[in-house]
Ligand binder design. Sequence first.
Ligand code: OFO
Length: 172
Amino acid sequence: MLSKSIEKALNDQIRIEAESSQIYLAMACWAEVKGLEGVAGFMYSQSNEERDHMLKLIKFVNERGGHAHISALNAPNVTFESFKEMFEKLFEHEVFVSESINNLVHISLQEKDYATHNFLQWYVSEQIEEEAMARTILDKINLIGNDKGGLYLFDRDIVNLTVNSASMDNPE
Ligand code: OFO
């Protein structure tokens, strides 16, 4: 059975995951209208993953005697100066999500809720992967600089990143 404070903290995380999904959906749209098909595909897939993260939390809350709340969401940014700025925002957002997960882990330990603590370990690992992937992408973008040919290859190759992470990363 979840305590009221853990239930509230998990519900806050449900909203964060839902907002993450919307943020990446907006990024997918921006990339798609700019003709960056590969980047758009990557962002659509990220958006789906975030929705899965949200659903996993919803099921957990409801199964443990709580009530998952579906709440209003903040509107995401819909335009970006460049695809580099967009990926910087993605990285910053993932760092923010990691902090939020860490905070949840902390609360679960304080309350001696070991079931929630155990459940959250999946999110801890997930955040390590997502931050590492965002860092790798930013490194590649810095290498490309203003080279159009490099951007063409980046947009083509990011599709493989999507496929790899999707097959590695099926939330049950
Ligand atoms: Fe990428 O954040 Fe969910 O957990």
